[in-house]
Design a protein around this ligand. Structure first.
Ligand code: BES
Ligand code: ZN
Length: 472
């Protein structure tokens, strides 16, 4: 008996000597890690710290990545380099984008360049632009203009009647250019539309706050403004593509699954959430999945030119052969998955027709395995999944929103979409959940044509109030 105790004590001692203290290797999300062994192959390796580094590089080192600019190209190069480091053969696919107007408004007030939106229907200027003293013309009624405005820049408040009428009155009075300032508080300037009319002078809009600052300055002294507007032609954007072939399948008859995110942003927006967040999670999933055999082909595609109307994804899909299209089963599109906005407690699975499909099915199955109840199926386009849907492929966009009204964070599409408003925990949660869904979907073969069933939660289609082009 005594001997037994001694032996047990020695075993216990030896055992304790080889015990390694447990150290948290990376921040964990609130997700309950009850996934299957195959989920854990993603969950254990998804490293939101690496994802945050991608977001930092894209949104801070590069900054706004406006379609067609050098910054957009730099982002494409960065993504390509990362994917090559993970061992992928990467190709880029270049395509033309429509001409666009580009502009600048500089005032003599501290040589300040203001954030502007160019009115649709504005004229362009010479390279030097048009310059003149800023003349306050109230709402822009005909009686608001005096001789002084001739050859100068009319500063006009939004409201009362249409943008076009304001521009007409300013032009008749002899103004050389028009600045319209907003009549309500907003983080970005409005986008004025002149309808079907074309102005003979440049017309730009600024925020209410910038308008108020200018008004205050011109009270005391003369302030001049220079407006430059030019059309940029022959610009290109690009998609970045890496293909992971399935194991032992030389037949070219396997299913294809697309894991996608756009990396461009709107002007002035660093695009940390829209959409360095989705880009970073796709990069991290590509890194993890590189070494895992799958039965389906996985294509990681990073799109340019999403923000000017889904141009990159539509181009990509248009270049697929009939054979590729026939083998294409699903698109998991990640766009805005990391906001730290407190209200955005739900992960929306946006599908174009509102109906459950294979992507929703796979995501809701994964959510159930992981004990995550934040998913909502929702009818919405407005991101790159639309291009796949239009080609008959089951597609969904993962996007964090407020669950009751489907609102996005208030700083969406503004200069305030910065990395300090990204939650590393939510990036981790998105990676674990969407990664588990994707991996479960691609690791095994599924019979062709089997559509998803079993909706957990479905809510109606909301009419969202999102900054359209306005005429007044
Ligand atoms: N990241 C957004 C995604 C989105 C989806 C926003 C649904 C709002 C609703 C995307 O980049 C975006 O801004 N989309 C545009 C439309 C697109 C066709 C240019 C939008 O919703 O204004
Ligand atoms: Zn986006």
């Amino acid at each position: 008996m005594k001997k037994h105790i001694v032996v047990l004590a020695i075993i216990a001692l030896l055992f304790s000597m080889f015990q390694v203290p447990t150290v948290a290797a990376k921040p964990q999300s609130d997700t309950i890690h009850t996934g299957s062994p195959f989920d854990n192959k993603i969950i254990k390796r998804f490293d939101s710290k690496r994802a945050m580094q991608h977001i930092s590089y894209l949104s801070e080192d590069i900054g706004p990545r406006v379609t067609g600019t050098d910054q957009e190209k730099e982002a494409a190069r960065y993504i390509q380099q990362q994917m090559e480091r993970y061992g992928y053969d990467v190709s880029t696919q270049e395509f033309d984008i429509a001409n666009r107007m580009q502009g600048q408004l500089v005032t003599s007030m501290d040589d300040n360049e203001l954030a502007i939106r160019i009115a649709t229907g504005s004229s362009s200027t010479t390279e030097e632009g048009v310059s003149g003293a800023i003349y306050h013309a109230g709402l822009g009624e005909p009686g608001d203009f005096s001789e002084e405005v001739v050859g100068n820049i009319a500063l006009i408040q939004r409201g009362g009647f249409s943008f076009w009428e304001k521009v007409e009155h300013a032009t008749e009075a002899g103004a050389a250019g028009v600045i319209i300032y907003d009549n309500a508080d907003g983080l970005v300037p409005p986008t004025p539309s002149l309808g079907d009319n074309t102005a003979s002078i440049p017309v730009v809009a600024i925020t209410q706050a910038d308008g108020a600052a200018l008004l205050e300055e011109i009270e005391g002294s003369e302030i001049t403004a220079t407006i430059k507007i030019s059309e940029i032609t022959n610009q290109k954007s690009q998609n970045v593509i890496a293909v992971k072939k399935p194991k032992g399948k030389p037949s070219e008859n396997h299913d294809i699954v697309y894991v996608t995110a756009h990396y461009d942003s709107v002007p002035y927006a660093p695009g940390a959430n829209d959409n360095a967040s989705g880009t970073s999670v796709v990069l991290e999933l590509a890194r993890i999945m590189k070494g895992y055999p799958t039965d389906k082909e996985v294509r990681f595609v990073f799109f340019g030119a999403e923000e000017i109307g889904l141009v990159g994804s539509r181009y990509y899909v248009s270049q697929l052969s009939d054979n590729e299209l026939a083998r294409s089963t699903a698109n998991f599109n990640l766009d805005m998955v990391g906001t730290n906005w407190e209200e955005a407690t739900a992960m929306f699975v946006n599908v174009v027709d509102g109906a459950p499909n294979l992507v929703w099915q796979s995501a809701s199955d994964a959510a159930e395995r992981l004990g995550n109840d934040s998913l909502i199926l929702f009818e919405r386009g407005a991101s790159d999944h639309v291009a796949f849907y239009e080609a008959g492929i089951d597609a969904a966009n993962f996007i964090r929103r407020e669950p009751e009204t489907a609102a996005l964070e208030p700083w969406y599409h503004t200069p305030f979409d910065t990395i300090d408003k990204i939650s590393q925990d939510r990036i981790q949660e998105a990676g674990e959940l969407i990664g588990s869904a994707i991996y479960d979907f691609v690791r095994k073969e599924t019979p062709r044509g089997k559509k998803g069933q079993g909706v957990n939660k479905m809510i109606g289609n909301y009419l969202l109030n999102e900054e359209p082009v306005r005429n007044r």
